[in-house]
Design a protein around this ligand. Structure first.
Ligand code: KG4
Ligand code: ZN
Length: 338
């Protein structure tokens, strides 16, 4: 079964053709990062205009690269939220238009759920049940995926997402946008044990809070500047990254022990982080847990993961009417329907 996926929730215009939910025939990603970098973050109005400019070309190219004809597509799926509403609307409306004109079923995909499916593209033999850590610029969730479309959310961030903390600290230090990959690189030359930053203690031990960590780092930088203390930016970001990564890993390992599930997958833009990948791998090896990490190209926003999720929803009987609208805020909640 061939599924066309379309993703436009933030600043990437992407379209992909995926066969049977796992085999990527094409995945075209047009990134607007260069445009938004000069503003230090995504400018929503510019983002939606760029999506409008690129969407036809990106979809057309993904069909050509997959060496199929448009009529070979069986199902059309697109992200309907969460994200920037103006951006979401471009991909969603385009997909609904195609579904109507080609008379093919439409499946709306939750972007955060979509990130999880990046794992099924990279690991052909991966099957639920598994524990998933979703870490992106807008979301931080830890959940147990019992079946493809059935999961239980154990924890989420109470405030900032982990990627947001990376981005805001980088912005404060004038390091550029997006901050995650820049901090990842700089931290390699820093001493991560130079400073100790706090890890939040929350009522639900699986929840996260990154706003306190972010403020602690920013206040610490301010204090050092006021006291005219010399400091290496590399040490600050490495110490921050170490705390953030430890917070994530601690919850993953605890949930493995609590549930007895010894399979872990990570998803979302921050899953590209070198330190997280290394440390999580070490912790998993030490605890006899199998770790699945998506290829870097499927960690950040892309349409292949959306097409994969669309496929698994469709074969489980889910389909949406074309009255589905873009929804900017949707939090990931436990799902036991199927
Ligand atoms: O999943 P994504 O592309 O978009 C959202 O759905 O949010 O994630 C983007 C986030 C940004 O916050 C970015 O700084 C972060 O992922 N990111 C990283 C790395 N690469 C991307 N964070 C830490 N280390 C990285 N190597
Ligand atoms: Zn994303």
């Amino acid at each position: 079964m061939l599924v066309l996926g379309i993703e436009s929730s933030c600043d990437e215009t992407s379209a992909a053709i995926v066969e049977d939910g796992r085999n990527v025939l094409s995945n075209i990603v047009y990134s607007q990062i260069d445009i938004h970098t000069q503003f230090g973050g995504v400018v929503p109005e510019i983002a939606s205009r760029k999506h409008v400019e690129k969407i036809s070309y990106v979809v057309d190219k993904c069909i050509k690269d997959a060496k199929i004809s448009i009529n070979d597509i069986d199902v059309i799926s697109a992200t309907y939220g969460p994200g920037l509403v103006g951006s979401l609307l471009v991909g969603l409306s385009f997909a609904k238009g195609l579904s109507y004109s080609l008379k093919k079923p439409f499946v709306g995909v939750n972007h955060v759920e979509g990130h999880i499916f990046a794992n099924f593209l990279t690991h052909k033999d991966l099957e639920p049940p598994l524990i998933v850590l979703v870490v992106s610029g807008g979301h931080t969730n830890i959940l147990v995926m019992e079946r493809y479309n059935n999961y239980k959310v154990y924890g989420k961030t109470r405030d900032d997402a982990v990627g947001e903390a990376f981005d805001k600290i980088a912005r404060y230090l004038n390091l550029g946008y997006p901050g995650g990959p820049i901090i990842d690189k700089l931290a390699k030359d820093g001493n991560e044990n130079r400073y100790i930053y706090p890890d939040a203690n929350l009522e639900n031990p699986y929840d996260f809070s990154f706003s306190g960590l972010k403020s602690a780092v920013i206040n610490h930088i301010n204090t050092m500047k006021q006291k005219k203390e010399d400091f290496k930016v590399e040490d600050v970001v490495a110490s921050f990254q170490k705390t953030a990564v430890n917070t994530l890993i601690k919850r993953v390992i605890n949930l493995c022990f609590e549930t007895g599930i010894k399979k872990v997958a990570i998803a979302g833009g921050v899953a590209a982080n070198t330190k997280l990948r290394q440390e999580l791998l070490n912790s998993c090896l030490n605890n006899d847990i199998k770790l699945y990490i998506p290829e870097i190209k499927y960690c950040t926003d892309n349409a292949a993961m959306i097409a994969s999720n669309g496929y698994f929803k469709y074969i489980n009987g889910e389909e949406n009417s074309l009255s589905i609208n873009a929804v900017p805020y949707i939090s990931l909640v436990s799902k036991n329907s199927i």
